[in-house]
Design a protein around this ligand. Structure first.
Ligand code: ZN
Length: 71
């Protein structure tokens, strides 16, 4: 498992999100911003429309670099 914060993933709070795979963290982050940060969700949607790869390109290296935890 790896833990990243909302902020590290382009959000605006320090909520920790834990997942075992990149796809899982993307799902959790999407759910989190839709529930908590409608503004961020809108920005991400806009970014996705302009370039579907952009967010992943920026965030995935951070995910890959995050330390594995046994939690
Ligand atoms: Zn957040």
């Amino acid at each position: 498992m790896k833990t990243m914060t909302c902020r590290e993933l382009g959000g605006t709070c320090d909520q920790k999100l834990t997942a075992s795979s990149w796809d899982e963290i993307v799902g959790k982050m999407t759910e989190h911003v839709m529930e908590n940060h409608p503004d961020v969700a809108k920005e991400m949607e806009k970014m996705h429309t302009e370039d579907p790869q952009k967010w992943g390109k920026e965030m995935r290296p951070k995910w890959e670099a995050a330390a594995e935890t046994s939690e």
